[in-house]
Write a new protein. Sequence first.
Length: 125
Amino acid sequence: MDKTRNYTKGKNGEEIAKKYLEETGMETIEMNFENKLGEIDLVMQDKEWLVFVEVKLKVGDRYGTPEEMINKRKLGQVRRVAESFLVMKPQIKKQFQKYRIDAVAIVLNEDKTIKRIRYYKNLYG
């Protein structure tokens, strides 16, 4: 799969996840925060929590689930980027006493309609 198609698919997944999380009452602070350590798909506010969200999207589940892509190494990378986010954005950091890392796993049908969305809270304890 070429990079452009992967990028477009990723952005689509992030939009779906953002809408889904906003419907649960969360607020978007930032999308696609990126630095030399990596990228965080969504930075959200869930009441007093600052939430860093990893989004994984798959079309169909013939080749594994999106959850299989959210491993310890990936979560470690998200944590490092999250910590650098807090250092680079002290004005946001001081609004929150605590933060967590969540994930949204999305599977689309072949026609790009949503087959399922699963939301996982506080994956990096």
